[in-house]
Design a protein around this ligand. Structure first.
Ligand code: FAD
Length: 314
């Protein structure tokens, strides 16, 4: 009996592995699983993930410099060369049965013997007045996407991480002036990016400062510092870290740490047999495309090993 969806996927079939996500951790897992001859499916809300939003990647081994989108296009080519099926959908919940997992999206159900959760993370919000009101009208979480709209304008980047430094460097290509507003004493960027920021005359860092409000009139006009000062800017780029997309994992009993990251071991296994995790959603201390790729590859190997060991027949 067949139940074929619009993508040509047989919804009655029990896949060996379903990978959740469309970023580097998910696609690398699927590429290895396909080469292990596993029957697999990728389900991703968006293809490319977070890395696709960054303007330049200079630390992915063997590729000196490439845009995030360009890197993910290469992942896609590799995935397509192996005919790996990809469905654009959002999984809402995972149900565990005695024999397999059922993954529920709003309209469909998918079945798999094993699951790899590579759902990444979501940008953290400041949670201050004006942030929601001016979202898309001066408040942004992606410099690559919105930076070009700020030609000859004054913008600020909130945060002090390597990502914040990279966002500021990108914005400085268009904006008249970029202020990094950081609550700490020294930005925590990779030394190479820190040096670029320090040497860039278009970037200035305002230390030990939080913003407590974003003000405007139809669009952003200023931010208010925690010392009460009003500071004129045309755009606010918020880069204060991210929150793991682990809620659906938690609901099926997968353990997370105090940050909400899925706890995995060196085999990318979670506490739930048959559920693996990789990338930014997991408790890896250093979250990069390459580390997510490695965890995804290990998850594929572990899922293969798991299926072999339990030798399920349907
Ligand atoms: C500004 C910036 C610059 C960066 N620069 C670099 C860099 O230069 N080099 C580097 O290595 N890393 C960089 N990073 C980090 C890198 O982007 C991440 O480490 C990497 O994208 C993590 O990959 P991932 O696959 O785990 O998650 P993500 O890339 O976040 O992908 C998660 C995927 O899961 C999907 N998803 C979420 N929920 C569901 C669901 N319920 N169902 C189905 N799909 C779902 C999402 O749509 C997305 O496709 C940067 C990050 C930022 C913010």
């Amino acid at each position: 009996m067949f139940n074929i969806d619009m993508n040509g996927i047989d919804l009655e079939k029990v896949f060996d592995l379903i990978v959740l996500g469309g970023g580097p951790a998910a696609i690398s897992c699927a590429i290895y699983a396909a080469r292990f001859a596993m029957d697999i499916l990728i389900i991703g809300k968006t293809f490319g993930g977070l890395i696709a939003t960054t303007h330049v990647v200079e630390n992915y081994p063997a590729i000196t410099s490439i845009s995030g989108q360009g890197l993910m296009n290469m992942f896609k080519d590799h995935m397509d060369s192996l005919n790996i099926p990809y469905i654009s959908d959002e999984i809402q919940s995972i149900e565990k049965t005695d024999d397999y997992f059922i993954l529920h999206s709003f309209f469909q159900k998918f079945k798999a013997k094993t699951v790899c959760i590579a759902t990444g993370s979501e940008r953290k919000k400041l949670g201050i007045p004006g942030e929601e009101e001016f979202a898309g009208r001066g408040v942004s979480y992606c410099a690559t996407c919105d930076g070009p709209f700020y030609k000859d304008k004054v913008v600020c980047v909130i945060g002090g991480s390597d990502s914040a430094a990279k966002e500021a460097l990108f914005l400085s290509q268009n904006a008249k002036k970029v202020y990094i507003i950081y609550r700490g004493g020294e930005i925590r960027a990779e030394p190479i990016n820190k040096k670029r920021v320090y040497e860039n005359e278009g970037i200035e860092i305002i230390y030990k400062t939080n913003i407590i409000e974003i003000k405007g009139n139809g669009a952003v006009r200023s931010v208010i510092f925690d010392n009460g000062k009003e500071f004129k800017v045309d755009g606010v780029f918020i880069e204060i870290g991210s929150k793991p997309n682990s809620d659906l994992a938690k609901r099926v009993g997968v353990k997370t740490n105090e940050k909400g990251e899925i706890i995995i071991n060196r085999k990318s296994e979670t506490n739930v047999p048959g559920i693996f995790a990789s990338g930014d959603v997991a408790n890896s201390p250093f979250k990069q495309a390459i580390t997510g790729v490695a965890e995804g590859v290990i998850a594929a190997y572990s899922a293969f090993d798991y299926i072999k060991e339990i030798d399920i027949e349907y």
